[in-house]
Design a protein around this ligand. Structure first.
Ligand SMILES: C[S@@+](CC[C@H](N)C(=O)[O-])C[C@H]1O[C@@H](n2cnc3c(N)ncnc32)[C@H](O)[C@@H]1O
Length: 207
């Protein structure tokens, strides 16, 4: 099953399914970005809008993009806010965003589905203003090495969504090539992850 087809289906239960990775991402995004009040935020791969409403409260303008109409529809229902615009867009193609127009790019739990990180970081750098920031939160590569990837249950079937393993060095190299400087890298565990490898990794970069 293709990534967009899988998310069309998962959109119906994404918010209700037990998903510690989603829950941890929500928590660490709020912790990390709580002081990042911005004129303009671009949320890449907004999904059902788990982070969209909160981001709309720290942004004057928020542009949320995703290539799944079904996921975006859920986000729109959750976040009918005047300062939020949604656009259907595939982030492996040029983003529908003007050069140097965004203060903060956020990208949560999306990049495991993207093979070419360099293109994504190049686009992030293109749309960011000088001094703008990019926040990435992803399934930790250590979990990927153990065979973990985005998946959900549909009846008796488990649907694993196509994913690419990205090493920590892939994120760092992709960002460096795009002239994004690393501000911080963090590893995160859910409260239920005792004695396990980190669940999430996050990066903050500055242009
Ligand atoms: C696991 S969900 C994460 C959604 C949201 N960021 C969150 O943290 O809950 C991954 C999202 O990435 C989107 N996505 C995957 N590949 C994409 C692509 N090439 N272009 C745009 N969106 C994509 C999917 O449609 C889905 O909504």
């Amino acid at each position: 099953m293709k990534v967009d087809e899988a998310y069309e289906i998962w959109s119906r239960t994404y918010d209700e399914d037990r998903n510690l990775t989603r829950d941890l991402d929500e928590q660490i995004t709020r912790t990390t970005l709580k002081d990042c009040h911005s004129k303009s935020i671009l949320e890449v791969g907004c999904g059902t809008g788990k982070n969209t409403r909160w981001l709309s409260e720290v942004a004057e303008q928020l542009h949320a993009i995703d290539f799944s109409a079904a996921m975006i529809e859920q986000a729109q229902q959750k976040c009918p806010c005047e300062n939020v615009t949604f656009t259907l867009a595939d982030i492996t193609k040029r983003w529908p965003v003007a050069d140097a127009s965004v203060d903060l790019v956020t990208c949560n739990l999306v990049l495991e589905h993207i093979s070419d990180l360099r293109f994504v970081f190049a686009e992030a750098a293109r749309v960011l203003v000088d001094g703008g920031r990019c926040f990435v939160s992803e399934l930790h590569p250590f979990r990927q090495y153990q065979g973990v990837q985005a998946r959900f249950e549909r009846g008796a079937e488990t649907i694993a969504i196509p994913a690419f393993v990205h090493h920590i060095s892939d994120f760092l190299e992709g960002a460096e090539r795009a002239n994004l400087s690393l501000i911080a890298m963090n590893e995160w565990w859910h409260a239920e992850d005792e004695n396990k490898p980190p669940r999430l990794i996050s990066f903050r970069f500055r242009k």
